[in-house]
Design a protein around this ligand. Structure first.
Ligand code: NZQ
Ligand code: ZN
Length: 387
């Protein structure tokens, strides 16, 4: 554990089939007015909306609603929520949905009492959070992002064609998150696999950095192993509780900072995907899948030993008689085969990207990288390879 760190995660997790039973108890900790934030239609179709509203009413809460949060939540929706918070003196923002709904709730929390333009202040200039926030709670219905136990909030500014992420301090993390794996049974298959690959990508973005002996890397390898196995089981039977509950917890662990401790981390695949998403509005995990093999083939030689370890430990590549390069490439091929097995795209054109978009995506991507620092030209090369 080469780099010093402080670990603090304030989110209380209620996990399992009876997790929602804890909502009433949590509500006692907050004032009268709750802003219920949710997506387009899923929680009404599944009946979860009625259950939540009943609990809120029985708890004596006044409920204000913000419905229709879209995948890749927008700045405009966030600002609408911020207005509702101010006008109604909201005491708790309760997000019921996937990562988009929870990210939007956190965005509302930091924006409601921000005296400047919050987009510019927090998502463009990355200034420190210094205004009052409103507590957020979450009821998760789709596994993948880890937003239920972290400070991340990814917002799309449609006018500026920018999708930017910001990690806020622990006061913005959900105070509590309710995780019932059964809620994820109704997630459409394309979204389920998108969430699985999002988690896989979070794990890889934290794993592919450093060459020291760090316990975090062993944790990541174990989580990856279980995620791959559970995803294959869930593909066969979407209602396999063991598989869906493992996927849900892998996703939470995958980005609640425990799998990033004492590591430098990469995150360039996410930076590229955010701009792919800004141009195509694709599901986040599908964008990550289309970029990942090309990205890793482009950079693996700069972190060769780690890519060999990935091939051998995560994908069980039998490497005797192979060079390190061959072993590393075999691991990336296994990753691409996993993407295919999930039914996710391996090419950007499958997501609606056009050749004309590629230079625009490359130029607007925040350059960075783990083993290799990328320029806009490198990013364009990767995009062309992924196209
Ligand atoms: O809108 P509704 O009707 O609810 O439908 C949603 C949406 O269409 C549907 N869905 C969710 N739960 C369902 C369900 N459908 C049926 N049954 C259920 N139980 O699934 C669709 C996708 O939902 P969304 O919330 O958009 O997906 P996800 O959880 O993948 O969130 C994606 C967003 O999170 C950001 C992404 O960039 C993207 O904007 N991320 C947030 C992160 C964070 N906070 O730490 C990190 C990630 O890397 C990621 O960037
Ligand atoms: Zn992600």
């Amino acid at each position: 554990m080469k780099y010093d760190f402080c670990y603090y995660n304030p989110t209380k997790i209620y996990f399992g089939k009876t997790a929602l039973d804890n909502l009433a108890g949590e509500l006692k900790n907050y004032g009268e007015t709750v802003l219920l934030v949710y997506g387009k239609s899923s929680i009404k179709k599944t009946g979860l909306y009625d259950k939540i509203v009943d609990i809120l009413k029985e708890s004596g809460k006044k409920v204000v609603e913000l419905a229709g949060i879209k995948s890749n939540p927008t700045y405009k929706q966030m600002m609408e929520g911020a207005r509702l918070v101010r006008e109604n003196n909201v005491d708790l923002i309760l997000a019921a949905g996937g990562g988009s709904v929870i990210d939007c709730a956190k965005g509302i929390s930091v924006s409601a009492y921000c005296e400047e333009d919050p987009w510019k202040k927090y998502w463009v200039e990355f200034k420190p959070l210094d205004n009052k926030t409103v507590p957020v709670g979450s009821i998760l219905t789709m596994a993948g992002t880890g937003s239920e136990m972290n400070g991340g909030s990814v917002i799309t500014n449609e006018d500026e064609m920018l999708k930017n992420g910001r990690v806020f301090p622990p006061e913005v993390y959900p105070k509590f998150s309710i995780l019932n794996p059964e809620y994820t049974y109704t997630v459409p298959k394309n979204q389920m696999v998108s969430g699985v690959f999002d988690t896989m990508s979070h794990l890889m973005e934290q794993y592919f950095s450093g060459d020291d002996d760090n316990v975090t890397d062993y944790i990541i390898e174990g989580v990856m192993e279980n995620l791959i196995k559970s995803a294959e089981k869930a593909l066969e039977n979407q209602e396999d509780y063991e598989a869906r509950s493992n996927i849900m917890w892998c996703a939470t662990i995958g980005l609640n900072t425990i799998t990033g401790l004492s590591k430098k981390q990469d995150w360039e695949v996410h930076m590229i995907e955010h701009q792919v998403g800004a141009y195509t509005d694709c599901p986040h995990g599908a964008g990550l899948a289309a970029v990942s093999p090309s990205y890793y083939r482009y950079i693996y030689k700069y972190g060769l030993d780690k890519f060999v370890r990935f091939a051998e430990k995560v994908w069980n590549v039998e490497s005797s008689g192979m060079t390190k390069e061959e072993t590393a490439e075999a691991g990336i091929t296994k990753l691409a085969e996993f993407i295919e097995k999930l039914g996710l795209p391996l090419h950007l054109k499958e997501l609606g990207a056009t050749e004309e978009m590629l230079p625009l995506i490359a130029q607007s991507t925040i350059p960075g990288g783990g083993y290799k620092k990328l320029s806009a030209e490198d990013i364009l090369n990767i995009l062309k390879e992924a196209y």
